[in-house]
Design a protein. Structure first.
Length: 366
């Protein structure tokens, strides 16, 4: 979980965001200009053997890795290539086309060409049945110029790849909360029941975007006089470089702190709202703030009830994925404590990249 950076755009009058006052990590919104390439180990000759391409594509970042088809062979890359997020619902139009850059860099870093890729598996956030055909077609078009054929490509959602990354077997629960949020019960690797994953507008409860929206709504209600007073107003003002309480220091550009807030967030994409997600947790580290605490408790209740609903027998391992649930923070800590007290097996995973590698090797023709 790291939303702390900004994305360059044409909104020249938008206040510059400051660093979030919280140790909680959220996934930074990565732009195409910030794609990070990681060097491959030194090799004496060109790689000519078949390879696989795996990617974990979230709403705020993507990670690409080229690996040998043979799991016993030496790795071709020291670490994955980092690229922008590409969830069509939250990352904006054209998001999938931006994946060509990191995919190309991953191939170059590994010292291979696209025609050596026997299988490419991309676990993509937002790749549900509602838009699967559209997404698969767009990804195929994006990767075709690199030499990766449609027959080698499998674009799936990020649920199975995250679940398989935990290596807990083929049955279990996945609770994923990063930019978005979804919970899935798997049996024999097949998703047999799910909760949420409906996007930032209809659900994604407990996700970074949901938390960020809850912060904005609470602050708006505070400064508008229709909600309780909260220190989130001062915290958000610090991040935005605004005096949302009085409009004095710095002086309000509009004469109305409410309109200053509207102007500050007006050009943000849904994924970028997740940068405000750490604020409730940062306040609860010191003197409690009732509004901030309720936001965190709402998310915690949602996840605990979801576990009970998807696994009433309480016998399945629980995989926690996504920045909100896989890293330390109030929501993660409270949920893990509750699960472990109930005797549940809990396995956090950083992302779905290992699962994508596993699927790509399984799908590769021998």
């Amino acid at each position: 979980m790291t939303p702390s950076g900004t994305r360059e755009d044409s909104h020249e009058n938008r206040p510059k965001l400051r660093k979030l006052p919280s140790p909680i990590l959220f996934a930074k919104v990565t732009t195409i200009e910030e794609v990070s390439v990681h060097s491959a180990p030194d090799r004496d000759d060109t790689v000519t053997s078949p390879v696989i391409l795996a990617a974990d594509v979230g709403g705020t970042r993507s990670r690409f890795l080229v690996a040998p088809l043979d799991p016993q062979a030496p790795p071709l890359m020291d670490s994955p290539v980092l690229g922008p997020g590409a969830n069509l619902r939250s990352s904006g139009p054209g998001a999938l086309q931006s994946l060509a850059g990191p995919a190309r860099e991953a191939l170059a870093t590994a010292g291979v060409t696209g025609d050596q890729v026997r299988a490419a598996v991309l676990g993509i956030a937002g790749n549900g049945a509602a838009r699967r055909q559209e997404i698969s077609h767009a990804v195929a078009e994006t990767l075709a110029p690199l030499g990766i054929t449609p027959d080698a490509l499998h674009a799936t959602d990020d649920h199975l790849t995250a679940f398989l990354s935990a290596d807990v077997g083929e049955d279990g629960l996945l609770l994923l909360a990063g930019t978005g949020s979804v919970s899935v019960r798997f049996e024999h690797r097949r998703p047999v029941q799910r909760c949420d994953g409906m996007g930032w507008l209809l659900g994604d409860v407990g996700s970074a975007v949901w938390l960020g929206r809850a912060v904005l709504q609470a602050v708006a209600a505070d400064i508008d006089g229709r909600g309780p007073r909260t220190r989130l107003t001062e915290s958000l003002g610090d991040v935005l470089g605004l005096d949302l309480r009085d409009g004095l220091v710095p002086r309000s550009a509009t004469g109305d702190p409410r309109q200053d807030l509207v102007a500050a967030i007006d050009g943000l994409s849904p994924a970028e709202l997740g940068r405000f997600a750490p604020l409730p947790g940062s306040l609860c580290e010191d003197a409690p703030d009732e509004v901030a605490r309720e936001i965190l408790d709402h998310a915690g209740r949602h996840f605990s009830r979801t576990v009970q609903r998807l696994d009433p027998e309480a016998g399945l391992p629980v995989v926690l994925a996504g920045g909100v649930l896989s890293t330390r923070g109030p929501i993660h800590d409270d949920l893990v404590s509750w699960l472990e007290t109930a005797g549940r097996t809990v396995v956090p995973v950083d992302d779905g990249l290992d699962g994508a590698v596993r699927l790509a090797r399984e799908r590769s023709p021998r």
